[in-house]
Design a binder for this molecule. Structure first.
Ligand SMILES: NC(=O)c1ccc[n+]([C@@H]2O[C@H](COP(=O)([O-])OP(=O)(O)OC[C@H]3O[C@@H](n4cnc5c(N)ncnc54)[C@H](O)[C@@H]3O)[C@@H](O)[C@H]2O)c1
Length: 256
């Protein structure tokens, strides 16, 4: 028996990294999974991996910052699987450069906010009417330590987007509690994924910055599957009325 037997989960950003690990784990636990991403080839690769393991998934190539595409994705989910039990808002972008605020262009700022924060809002907006109708549902948002405590310099847009996701999680948990819809967030520190490895390169730093203790995990960076297990915990019914929680999974970074 799986912990998500009979459930349908939408996971955004599931073509790589944490989202892919989550899609595989949720499917192993019995969920039918909608793999949402802009990267069609890698999204199909996630679906192939789920199917190879005997799971059930399909890919929806959706830009989460576009409401018409998000509406089409939720409609396709209901057509295909009849319901939405879990929405895991996980897709995000990070600007490649560490740059000071005055160097960030409006276009760079706009893209990070549009995908990370507005994309989370739009996916919730599309799924909530269905969840309210059923009087049940579970929303998980991938935030970041960057939304909990000041991050290293050069990440203003990303930090603002993740702080917004944390505030939105708390707000929605209160608004949706009466409808039996739980809303929680995970705040990872470092995860060993393409995103982390892409941005950690020294050539991306446009100004002098000395690393300090606050940059270092007290334990170690997490593997994607380790964060995905936290999402599984939040997704499963075992947790009862757990809602409004922002769960740091950051190797102790935010404990300082
Ligand atoms: N990697 C880390 O160290 C780290 C740390 C803290 C939080 N996070 C968060 O974890 C989540 C997953 O990150 P990851 O490390 O797996 O990154 P990743 O870059 O491997 O995956 C992100 C996925 O989102 C997709 N995506 C980007 N824009 C999209 C859009 N407009 N619509 C749909 N999909 C889109 C990408 O194609 C990609 O597959 C993100 O929310 C990220 O901010 C990551």
């Amino acid at each position: 028996m799986g912990r998500l037997d009979g459930k349908v989960a939408i996971i955004t950003g599931a073509a790589s990294g944490l989202g892919r690990a989550g899609a595989l784990l949720f499917a192993r636990e019995g969920a039918k999974v909608v793999v949402v991403d802009v990267d069609a080839a890698e999204a199909e690769q996630t679906v192939a991996q789920v199917t190879q393991e005997g799971g059930d998934a399909f890919a929806s190539i959706t830009d989460i910052s576009k409401f018409d595409q998000v509406q089409a994705m939720t409609a396709a989910t209901i057509d295909h699987y009849g319901q939405i039990d879990i929405l895991w808002n996980n897709a995000a972008v990070i600007n490649a450069l560490y740059s000071s605020l005055e160097e960030i262009t409006e276009a760079e700022w706009g893209l990070v906010i549009a995908v990370n924060l507005t994309g989370t809002f739009l996916c919730c907006k599309a799924a909530i009417p269905h969840m309210k109708e059923r009087q049940k549902g579970c929303i998980i948002n991938t935030a970041s330590i960057a939304g909990l405590v000041a991050h290293r310099p050069g990440r203003a847009a990303y930090v603002a987007s993740k702080g917004g996701i944390i505030a939105l999680t708390r707000q929605l948990s209160l608004e949706l509690g009466p409808h039996n819809i739980r809303v929680n967030a995970i705040a990872p520190g470092s995860i060993n994924t393409g995103m982390r490895n892409k941005v950690a390169r020294p050539e991306n730093v446009t100004f002098e910055y000395k690393r300090n203790d606050a940059d270092v995990d007290a334990l170690r960076p997490a593997e994607p599957i380790e964060i995905a297990r936290t999402a599984l915990f939040l997704a499963s019914d075992d947790v009862g009325p757990l809602t409004g929680a922002i769960l740091p999974h950051d190797g102790g970074k935010s404990a300082r």
